[in-house]
Each structure stands twice: as C-alpha cells, then as structure tokens.
Design a protein around this ligand. Structure first.
Ligand SMILES: [Zn+2]
Length: 416
C-alpha cells in the first residue's frame, strides 16, 4: 500500500523525470549564461590595463577604482608583503557557505588571469543586481589574491626577486609570498581553489596539432594519483569548465600532466583539502598580449562560480575532463616548408623545413618581437601558426644560424 513515505513505482519514475528535467534546465541556463558572458565581454571587461606587463603599482590603482564601483560588495585587505615590500592583498566578495579561493601570477610573467580577475570584479560591479551575481554572492564567498608575486611581475620574470620558483616552495615555505598563500588557505580552509598560471603558448592538444588555448589539471595529491572526494570534486569542476569553454574553443583545451610534484602548491592544496583546479593559459594565434585568453578565463570562471552556486556542476561528472587530450608540444610559430638551403662552400644544397618562434627580446630602448630559428630538417610532423611554402625558393646558409635571432623582421625577406 503506497503511503506518503513509500511512493509507488510510477511516482518514483515521475520524480526521477522531474529531477532530470530540472538538471537539464539548470544546464541550459548555465550554457546561456556563459554565452551571454562571452558575447557581451567588451561591454563589461575592465578597461585601462596598459598591457600584460602590468606591474604592482598599476594593479593597485585598478583595485582602488574597482573598490569605488563595488562599494560594500568587496573588502580588500593587505595580508602581507613580498620580499621587496610590495603589498599582497586578499579580496573578499560574497557571504555564501562555499568558499572559492583564487590566486594568480605566482609566476611573475604569467599575468593572464590577473587581468581576468579585474574583468570579473568589473562584471560583478556592473551586474550586482542580476540574478546570477546575486546567486553567486549569496551561495559562495570569493577569496582572490591577484598577483601573488609582485616582485616577479615588476621584472616580468617567473621567479620571485630572491630567485625562487614559488611553485616549488610549498613545503619549505622559505619565501614570504609562499607563506602568505599557505596561511590564507589555512585560515579560510576553502572548499574550492583555482591555481591560475600561464604555460608555454606553443603547447598543443594531443596529437592533432592544434594550439592549446587553455590546459586544465585537477592535480594529484599523491604519487599514485588516487582519487578521493576532494580531487573528484576538482575533476567535476574542471569538467564543468571544459563544457563551458567547449562552446567557444572546442578542440583547443588540453589536460595537463598529473604527475605528482611534492613541492608544488596545486598538489599540496589538493592534499590539504581544497578541491583545486589548475588553469594554464596557453597560446592563440595573433594574440601575443593574451587578451582573448584573458576573456576565456573571465567567462570560464564566472560561469563556473555560477555552477558552484547552483550546484549544477555536481551533475557534470568527471568524464569531460578525463577525456581531454594531453598537453603536447608539436607547434612552432612559423615553418618555412621545403626550402633549398644553399651553402657558399662545397657542401651540397639540401631541402629543409625551417622552424621559427617569435620571442620578446629586450634592449635598452624597449621590448620587441623577434624570430628565432629553432629547428631545421624534416619538420613534417609539426604544425605551425603560419606555414610558408618554400618550394623553389633558396635560403642562403650565411643569412641565418640555428639558435640565433633572425637579422630581418620577416623571414620572407631571406627567401630568394
Ligand atoms: Zn606558472
């Protein structure tokens, strides 16, 4: 006899169906939110960032401006100083039970996510009365440290001013910057963390040769790379992020190697109980300033905050993340294909592919993009942002050297 507490089989099926429809509606709403964030980005992005080489003083000016527009929605608190005395600040927004901790630029030359965090703050300021922002701020507490390594940012270098890779200092905690990160995590014990980095812009996705615009990792907490509840939640969040980004850059998202690194922060923060996702901003054709990748970070993170607020990500499972192809390295910026390399002495001419990567070179007058010859020979297994047909053309071996910077601003000028 069915009662209120023991529903009939038919009633059970009905309830499951309702639940499925409810989940589908949530997922559709999520997709719509992401699409709107992507389509309207130019309206709400934070204007005024000079370049990806933004330094600490500029960041502080921007945070001050955002504090004015966010009002009581944000508190900004100095939680310590870098080795050279620059302030490191924690921003807190929202009052929800799920704490989401984000830290950017522990490597000083990896600024993409710092710019995206400013976009996110500006979005919240402009849409504080929207249903999505209200939901995010009532269900979650956002804890952000933008630019954890301001001394490195000052020099646009990976390491701290004391020459330490902070991401290998999670155990010894010798650097003041690493101690600040650890202390903040321990103070708040957040459920969820985002470890925000940039990777080599020439990483590719699996074997298909397309550039990896974003690579994701739910870091391992032990050598065996086991799963526990903490890491599984990180994988679900990484899956949710994958589905969001697939709407815009499908085929350009890779999975970062999950070999356990006992000294790294991501791995340890996972071990200490915060479900952590590493976001590595990679490369994109004609985007050396990383402005498109900054947009993807902003859209991806805001979308995932909302999924966490509605708990929709819990239904996503781990497969979208698990199925991502691995990060690989099969890409050069330019390949000149099948050009004839001619020598001025008696050595015979040979047909080669020439790979050139663009890099930033600094001198007393500024920073410039220059081409460096990085490989020579049969490069048919590699892809490139740009392939130049060299068939029938001659390259004089005296005009360039493997490993050297090109003397001309365009390699085409060397082809005869
Ligand atoms: Zn990094």
């Amino acid at each position: 006899m069915p009662t209120l507490f023991s529903p009939t089989r038919q009633e059970c099926m009905k309830r499951i169906l309702y639940l499925l429809v409810f989940v589908m509606i949530l997922q559709l709403a999520d997709a719509q939110f992401s699409k709107t964030l992507f389509d309207t980005y130019d309206v709400y992005k934070f204007n005024g960032i000079s370049s990806k080489r933004m330094k600490h003083a500029e960041l502080m000016t921007h945070l001050e401006a955002l504090k004015q527009s966010l009002g009581t929605l944000v508190t900004i608190k100095q939680i310590g100083s870098s080795a050279e005395g620059r302030s490191i600040n924690l921003l807190t927004l929202g009052s929800g039970k799920t704490k989401i901790f984000l830290w950017s630029q522990m490597h000083g030359d990896e600024p993409t996510a710092t710019m995206a965090l400013l976009d996110i703050l500006n979005y919240i300021a402009l849409h504080k009365n929207s249903a999505e922002v209200k939901k995010i701020l009532s269900e979650t507490t956002l804890l952000m440290i933008p630019m954890l390594n301001p001394d490195g940012a000052e020099r646009f270098q990976r390491r701290t001013s004391q020459g330490i890779d902070m991401n290998r200092d999670a155990l010894r905690l010798q650097t003041p910057e690493a101690r600040i990160l650890k202390a903040t995590r321990d103070t708040y014990n957040p459920e969820i963390g985002f470890n925000l980095h940039d990777q080599d812009p020439r990483y590719t996705v699996g074997e298909n040769g397309t550039v990896a615009v974003i690579s994701l990792l739910a870091p391992a907490f032990n050598v065996e790379r086991s799963d526990n509840a903490v890491r599984l939640r990180a994988k679900k969040i990484a899956s949710e992020l994958t589905l969001v980004l697939n709407q815009f850059v499908k085929g350009h998202i890779a999975k970062y190697d999950d070999t356990f690194e006992p000294r790294a922060f991501g791995d340890n923060i996972q071990k200490w109980g915060t479900s952590t996702v590493l976001i590595e901003s990679g490369g994109w054709k004609d985007d050396p300033e990383k402005m498109f990748i900054r947009k993807l970070n902003c859209v991806g993170l805001l979308s995932v905050f909302y999924s966490i607020a509605t708990s929709a990500y819990e239904q996503t499972g781990t497969q979208p993340y698990e199925n991502l192809p691995m990060n690989t390295k099969n890409l050069y910026d330019i390949i000149v294909e099948k050009v004839t390399l001619k020598f001025s002495d008696n050595r015979p001419s040979i047909v080669v592919d020439v790979a050139i990567n663009k890099e930033e070179v600094k001198d007393s007058t500024g920073t410039y993009w220059k081409g460096r010859v990085v490989d020579l020979g049969d490069l048919s297994v590699f892809t490139a942002h740009e392939k130049i047909n060299g068939e029938g053309k001659i390259l004089d071996a005296n005009d360039f050297e493997l490993g050297d910077i090109l003397k001309v601003d365009d390699v085409r000028k060397l082809l005869k």
